[in-house]
Design a protein around this ligand. Sequence first.
Ligand SMILES: *Cc1c(COP(=O)(O)O)cnc(C)c1O
Length: 391
Amino acid sequence: MSNQKPSTIAVWAGEENPLAFGAAQVPIVQSAPFAYDDMDEWAAAALGQAPGYIYSRNTNPTVGVFEEKCRILEGGEKAIAFASGMAAISDTLLTHLYPGDRIVSIKDTYGGTSRIFLDLLPRFGIEVDLIETSDGDAIEAAIGKGCKLVYLETPTNPTLKIIDLKRAIAAARQQGAITVVDNTFATPINQKPLAIGADMVLHSATKYLGGHDDAMGGVLIGRQDLVQAVYEHREICGAVLSAFSAYLLLRGMKTLDLRVRKQNETGLAVAQFLKGHPRVESVFYPGLESHDKHDIAKTQMAGFGGMLSFSIDGDFDALKKFVGHLHYVHRAASLGSVNTLIGPPSVTSHVECSAEQRAALGISETLLRYSCGVEDAEDLITQLDEALAAL
Ligand SMILES: *Cc1c(COP(=O)(O)O)cnc(C)c1O
C-alpha cells in the first residue's frame, strides 16, 4: 500500500482486507471489552503472544483502521490514536521527558502546547528552551547545546511562520535528540516530516484529517520503539480515541487529498487577493513570494495549505465589524474543515495566553486567522471584498 499515491492510500489503507460482516465501510466496533470462550486464546491475546483485542483502552478495531491509514499516509513504522491532538502531544512529551532533561522548541507552538511548555513541564524539572521561530540560526544553536527532544511545528499557528525542517532535524540528529513535528497545518498531503528525518510526527486529527469539524482526535506516527513507548503510557493514562470518533475521522479522511488540494488553491487565491487590498495591513501565507521563508516552504511543502492570517487596517471594533459582515463562514475556533472558519487568535489558537503573551509573539489584536473551506474560491473572495468595502 505504501507505494500508492496519497489519494489511494487515504481511501484504502487499513481497509484492504475483508472487513467484519463483509461490510464495505469500516464498522463502528462499539464494545469496551472483547470476549473469549477459550481461556488460552484469551491469555495469548492479553499477553500479546497472538493477535486479538482485549479492551478498547488498549486497542479497538475501528481505531486500528484509523491508525493504519495515518501510518501509511505519513510513512511511519507505527501509529497510535488519541482522544484529541493535545492528548497526543502531552502523552508524547510526558513519555519521553524525564526530570533533568532539556527540550528545545519554538515560541510559536499551538497555544495549548505552549502552556504545556510553560506550566506543566517545568513542574517536573524539565528545562524548556523556546526559540524565536523564524531564526534558523538560533534554533540550530539551541539544539547544539544538547537536548533530549526537539519539538517543531511548521507552518505555525496563527502567523504561518516556517521552520527549515531539514536543518533543525540534522542539528537534532547530531545531538542524538528525538525530533517531534506537529504536522497539523500541513497535513501529509503537503509535508512529510518523517521523510525529512523526523522521528515522530503528530496531528490534531480534529482539523484536516477529519476535515468536517464533527470529531475530536489526535494521532502520533513514527519510529516503532518511540511510538510503542507512548502507546504503553497511553494505555495507562487512558486518553484513547473512541470508536465512533475514529469512524467519523475515517469517513473524513477518504477525501483528504481532494480537500487539501482544493484548499491549497483557495488559500493562495485568497492570500493574493488580500495582499493586494488597501485595507489589509499584512498577510501571512507561506505561498506568497513576500513570505520571509517562501523558499524553504517551497522545498519542504508540496502545497502551501488552506490556512492564512491577516490583519486589517483599523482597531478591534473594525475587526468586529468586518467579521460580522462575512457570510458563509463560521466564527469559530477550529480549522481545516470543509466550512470556512474565521477568528482572532485571542479566542482561537491563543485563547490560553494573556494579551501580553500574544503581543510578545507578534500577534496583533487585529489579526484574523482564516481557514479556507471547500467552497468556491471566488465566492469567498467576493465576500471578503464586500466586508472590507463596508469598513
Ligand atoms: C488544534 C491544534 C492542536 C490541538 O489539537 P486538539 O485536537 O484541539 O486537542 C495542536 N496543534 C495544532 C497545530 C492545532 O491546530
